[in-house]
Structures are given as structure tokens and as C-alpha cells.
Design a protein around this ligand. Sequence first.
Ligand code: GLN
Length: 478
Amino acid sequence: MFYYQNISQYQKQLFEGSISCLDAVEHYLSKINEHRDLNAFVQIYDVESRQRAISLDEKRKKGKTCGKLHGIVIALKDVICYKDHNISASSAILKNFNSIYSSTAVEKLLQEDAIIIGNCNCDEFAMGSTNENSVYGRVKNALDPAKVPGGSSGGSAVAVQAGLSMVSLGSDTGGSVRQPADFCGIVGMKPSYGTISRHGLIAYASSFDQIGIFSKNVEDAAKVLEVISGKDEYDSTVNQKKSENFSLGSNSKKYKIALFKNAMEHESLDHEIKKGIYDLSKNLKDDGHIVEEINFELIDFIVPAYYVLTTAEASANLSRYDGVRYGYRDTNNDEDLTTFYKRTRGNGFGKEVKKRIMLGSFVLSEGYYDAYFTKAQQVRNILVTQTKEIFKNFDALLLPTVPQTAFEAGRMQKDPIAMYLADIYTVYANLTGIPGISLPLFKHSNGMPFGAQVLTNKHNELTLLELSGLLLKDYKKY
Ligand code: GLN
């Protein structure tokens, strides 16, 4: 029977000849089929992934040089472009639209022999925390189908959680990889801003967006990151350094870790999650690491700053969906152009996206610009400065990923403010551009998993991954 543990173990079996890429693809296709009710996938590339598996099997048997991700079965979030494949950002405005080019991340995956099995459901244009804002309907959490998987990359998270792919890609603008990873009990990593090219990633808020990785272990995330990171002539914000080697050896380092006191004492934090993080810091101290609580007075400003800046960027980014250039258009063309735009955008976008476009237009409007947009930028600048100071003294920061565990579908829809506020622990990394990861270390008495979030200095993915490997190996609580 096919059993997947990690990339190395799988590839070892491939090269020994005990399994084939086709065995793996058949396994995942049947799992996807078995779990269709979870609604994790919006497209399944069955014919093509079988063909690719066969050609990879031939390549390996002929003794040709194989790529680093040889035979790895991966799923993409429906915002990551793959040439000649449907891409819709789970929105009616792009339904039936085919990518005319591949994102750099996809190009790199293919160059290293990965197999793309399909693309995954998400919140429309990556806006949301529950995967309920999708034109394809909600995604279900495989641990409890009545509950949400988190969002916006809910489908990609469930693909890994339910064993429908080995790893998957999502995007994280304010927590959309780390939060669903927390809700689903898997690893979710957002690299530093500028680590992975955004070329071919459908834009939500360009100064925040970053492709992220879901996996069942830290080693797999490191391997995928090594392949898809690195400079790219199509994205000038990418760190121009050569992509690093993230392979993880054995680790006996002692770390100096900070804990945000104000975050830990925040009223929204579930007491079991709080206890989990405090117990973890105590265990770390007992093992010779240093964990210190430090103040973080700006905690209550980060969610407002995030929503002001990201909606502003979204209102500009989404102006391209006008029904003229591509995507859905309202064909009743006997009216003037303005009415045509209004009808196309009014019918094409869902409620949450329209709300954010309006909010973003408002904060950018003359008369309100300084009161909202400029102020939020000031908060962002202060955060960046403070963060640089913190990492002069510490190797890493430890935080909860989300203040609560996964909740019932429909519950938060009635209270959008509460939903936005639940992003309190994840948006900080996107505002400052630092890397973050959610590690599945805990289980709540309500039966759902929850994670610990680790953050390190900008472009220090190596420390993030090394420390994460150690935490997942030695400090998992269930
Ligand atoms: N929950 C956040 C939001 O709705 C995160 C989105 C994201 O990271 N794409 O904006």
C-alpha cells in the first residue's frame, strides 16, 4: 500500500524501484475522488498528471538526471497561474479563464520534476479566513466537516491535511497559509516578503502577498522552498541573493526566543492556547533555551493597519477586472460604458471582495487619505523599525497562530469584525515582511488542533526552519 512520510523517504523508494510516480499519482487521484465532499479541489489534472508520472518514471529508469522534486505530487491554490490551465481566484469574474503563462513558482516546480495534480479552492481573491467566500462553495475541515478549514488557502490546506497531495502551495497576505495550517493541524510556512517571486500570483495586496507552503513536516517545506525561491527577472521585489540551501541537519543549538507579552495577554486568546504556548516556553527554558517576554504595545493597531493598507492595494489591483480585457463580462451591451463596468463588476465580484474594494477606495480618497492610509503606513514603519531592534537581541519570536481553534461554518459570517480581529497574530509578519510558520504542536480539549507560530528576522528562513524542525521533533504535544 502506498504510504507517504516525507519527500526523502518517497524518493528513496522511487530510486530503489519499490514504487513508481504513477503509483503515487493513482493513490492521490483516488484519495481526491474519495474526499470530493471536502470541496478542496476546483480542478483535477488527472490525465495529465498520469502522463507526467509515466514520463518521469521512464526518465528515472533511463538513468537521466532527476530534479530535486522528482515525482512530488503537489496542489496549487487557485491564485497561482499555470499556463493553459484554468485560474479563477475562486471568483465568478475569472471563471473559465485560462492562464496564458505560468508563475515563476510553477516553472521552477516543473523544472525540478514535480507533478501538479490540480488547483485548490480558496476564498475569492484570497480575501477571507474561512474559505466560505468562494464561488465554488465552502471547503470542509477534514477533521470535522461542520467546521471551517481556515482561509484563504483552505483548499490547499485540506489537500495536505486529508492526504490528497504530498505538499501544496497557498498564498499568505495576512495569514492565509499559517491560519489554515493551524486549523487543519499541518505545517504552513510564509517566507519573507521577496523570497518567492510573485510573478504569476494573482495580486491581492502586492506589498504583502507571498506564496507559502503547506506540508506535513518541516523538511518537506524546506525542500520545496529551496526550489521555488530565488531571484526572478519578472519580480523586482525578490531578494536578489542566490537561493539558499535550506537542508536541515541535526540541531543542538540553543535559541534566544522572545514572546510578546501583550499578545499573550490579549483578551481574544483562548486560555488553552495560551497555556499551550506558555508550557512550550517553559519546556524550552528547561532545555536550556532562553525565552523572554517583551512588550509589544502596538498589538491593537496591527489589524486596523493591515486592513487599511491591504484594502487600499486591493482596490487598485482589482481595477483590472473590468470586463473589457479578460474574464467575465456582462454581455448586455446596449448601455454606456460606466453602466457596463458597474454591471460586470457588480455581478462578477462577491460580497467580501466588493466590501474591500469600497473600503480601499475610501481610505485612498482625498480628504481621508491622511487620516487612514498615511496613518496606517506610519504604523507599518514603526513596526518595521521595532522588529529590526527585536532581532538584534533574539533569534526568533514565538506566538500563537490564531486566538481560537477552527469554528463551525457560518458562525463568523455574522460578525465580520470579529473575523478580522482573529488575524491578530498573523498580520504582523506580513506588515513587516518577516517569515513565519505555523507548527502543529497541540490539540485542544475540543478535539481540534492548534499551532505555535515561529517568526524570525527578514530573510532568515534558515533559522526559522531549523528551529521549527527542532520544535516539531521534540515538543509535539499529542
Ligand atoms: N484573513 C486575512 C484576510 O482576510 C488573510 C488573507 C490572506 O492572507 N490572503 O485578509
